[in-house]
Design a protein around this ligand. Structure first.
Ligand code: GDP
Length: 591
């Protein structure tokens, strides 16, 4: 066999929308091989299942393949979904070397399908799409565990046509999501095209293809990533922190490099200082044959990557899912603790002075959420792992800017005492287990808020206005002066102050009339009668004078800095002319 001794088993994660068949697919990959009397060869790990290369090659029915492959098999993570995927992080990347995105061919794309693809794109993880539940296509004649093409060729023409139609809908949806794709047996370059494998996780049709394509991807893309040192110190990632009867808090770990032994000193990431502890026991699931034994787990002395194992050790209570686990020596324990602490803080502390608050269930999902928010240029004040606590709410309540009085929670709960405080506050909370939905919802809300705020602002703000007193249209000299005017730019409302072209305030608009009717505002182009309290025509103001609405300094600032974009061309021109007058005397006016 051509297995290279220094290449470890690639780690595979299954992702996709709920109910599209992730669990069934994993069961099928495990179960069908068990059913064929090869149970002994499949290794059940903690949190993962290993399918050795021999079994895969046998299933694919072509022994020549054996010489083509260089990896010892495939290690499937048992917990499906992007939650597990993001937990499985390693130094900002993903621990999963490969992924399967499963789509119900009868339903097509769903929110978590898109989410899975976005995550994979970001992590640059090679993946294959499986179009599941082909057995549900009307008229399908199931061919148990057959390779796809064998089964496809046995179907009636109209059934084939229906499969093709549904299949190409998925191709279209993938294209919209930014991926070129084709049926797996037609893909010649997996670098440029995503392979889609039609399967039935129920009948096993297409499963041999899934295993083959995964091996192909490993072969093509991963050789450089899979080198490891079997004799080196163990390195892994915490998949889950779990309470076990009789053992206390344990951690389920995927070890991806080196060896881990009972009695080893390890460092584990936590929310505070990393935990330094000693492995009390290494546990693996008990084989089915020994099911009568009392303990669920069986102790082993040592494990070598890639493998899933449960670690029992003192002081694991504050261990953090998604954080690193490393075997250390007395010489490097402090240096490695610092490294792990920095790595975790990098995710949590890389935040802005002002912004929203986010919480996520694991360090990996937090990292994914932070990245997506940064991409959208949404500032983050604080990012941390854990449920929403009372303290979070108190902190956010103290923020003044309503746009940042916001908490976004991914896969977390609001703790009971925080719930009440949250309800009584004006904090806006967004909770979901779909990252892009959180971001979309927040952005929609923020946009709406911004529009509202702008509307409110513009309704109260004195807008620019310029008008000219028309010749021979003085209806009354003073108290108030009533003159015919033409609005040259912007808008003139009642109760605004009026200034001359040299910046002197001369009076206040008391009333506006259009064809004998009172109106509250006159817009550009209109000719109206205007009553001005203050000046006398012929003294402070004259016919044919140009006059301006006097904009208070604070309003002028808002107009220029905040809502400039929303002003019309004539309003802008009028504002600029007005500012020029004001700044003639004082260049810093309204700056
Ligand atoms: P998950 O939520 O993605 O893990 O989905 P499950 O594996 O739990 O599957 C959801 C439902 O779809 C279950 O009732 C499965 O029996 C069913 N299912 C999964 N795969 C197939 C398939 O290939 N064909 C059919 N007919 N049903 C399937």
């Amino acid at each position: 066999m051509a297995v290279k001794q220094d290449l470890r088993t690639p780690i595979v994660s299954v992702m996709g929308h709920v109910d599209h068949g992730k669990t069934t697919l994993l069961d099928r990959i495990r179960g069908s091989t068990v059913a064929e009397g090869e149970a002994g060869a499949i290794t059940q790990h903690i949190g993962a299942t290993e399918v050795p290369i021999d079994i895969i090659v046998n299933k694919c029915g072509n022994p020549d393949l054996r010489n083509k492959f260089i990896v010892p098999g495939l290690l499937f993570i048992d917990t499906p979904g992007h939650h597990a995927f993001t937990s499985l992080r390693s130094r900002g990347g993903s621990l999963a070397d490969l992924a399967i995105v499963i789509i119900d061919i009868n339903e097509g794309f769903m929110p978590q399908t898109i989410e899975s693809l976005q995550i994979l794109k970001r992590f640059k993880t090679p993946f294959v799409v499986v179009a599941n539940k082909i057995d549900r296509i009307h008229g399908w004649e199931a061919q148990k565990n057959a390779p796809f093409i064998v089964s496809y060729n046995k179907q009636a023409d109209n059934v084939k046509a229906e499969l093709d139609r549904k299949f190409y809908e998925i191709v279209g949806e993938l294209y919209e999501a930014g991926f070129n794709s084709e049926r797996h047996d037609r893909v010649s370059d997996f670098q440029r095209n995503i392979g889609i494998i039609p399967i039935s996780a129920m009948t096993g049709e297409g499963i041999p293809d899934v295993l083959m394509v995964l091996l192909g991807l490993a072969q093509r893309f991963l050789e450089g990533n899979l080198h490891y040192n079997a004799n080196g110190p163990g390195v892994g990632t915490v998949l889950e922190v779990k309470e076990e009867k009789g053992l206390g808090t344990t951690i389920d770990v995927i070890l991806y490099d080196g060896t881990l032994k009972k009695g080893d000193m390890i460092v584990v990431g936590s929310l505070g200082k990393p935990i330094q502890t000693k492995v009390r026991a290494l546990l693996k699931p008990r084989p089915l044959s020994e099911i009568k034994a009392e303990e669920k787990f069986k102790q082993v002395q040592s494990v070598t990557a890639a493998i899933g194992v449960k670690i029992s050790a003192p002081n694991l209570d504050s261990a953090l899912a998604g954080s690193p686990v490393r075997v250390v020596t007395p010489e490097n324990i402090d240096a490695i603790s610092d490294e792990i602490q920095n790595e975790i803080e990098d995710v949590q502390i890389d935040t802005d002075a002002m912004g929203i608050t986010i919480k996520a269930d694991t360090i990996g999902s937090l990292e994914a959420l932070v990245n997506e928010l940064k991409k959208e240029e949404i500032p983050i004040r604080k990012a941390s792992v854990g449920d929403v606590s009372q303290r979070d709410i108190v902190e956010i309540a103290a923020i003044e800017d309503p746009f940042y009085k916001v908490i976004i929670g991914f896969n977390v709960k609001v703790l009971p005492d925080a719930k009440e405080k949250l309800q009584d506050s004006d904090i806006r909370s967004f909770m979901s287990d779909i990252i892009y939905r959180l971001i979309d919802d927040y952005e929609d809300w923020a946009k709406e808020q911004k529009e509202l705020a702008e509307k409110e602002m513009t309704e109260h703000i004195v807008k620019p206005g310029r008008f000219q007193i028309l010749p021979n249209c003085t209806f009354r000299q003073s108290k108030p002066a009533v003159v015919g005017v033409k609005i040259i730019g912007g808008v003139v409302k009642t109760n605004v102050d009026v200034t001359t072209e040299d910046g002197t305030v001369v009076g206040k608009v008391k009333g506006l009339q259009l064809s004998g009717e009172n109106i509250s505002k006159a817009r550009v182009g209109m000719e109206v009668a205007l009553a001005l309290e203050g000046p006398t025509v012929g003294r402070q103001i004259k016919e044919e004078d140009f006059l301006f609405v006097n904009i208070p300094e604070r309003h002028a600032k808002t107009l220029e800095n905040e809502i400039y974009d929303t002003l019309t061309a004539d309003e802008l021109e009028t504002l600029d002319a007005f500012l020029e007058i004001k700044r003639r005397g004082n260049p810093f006016w309204a700056k």
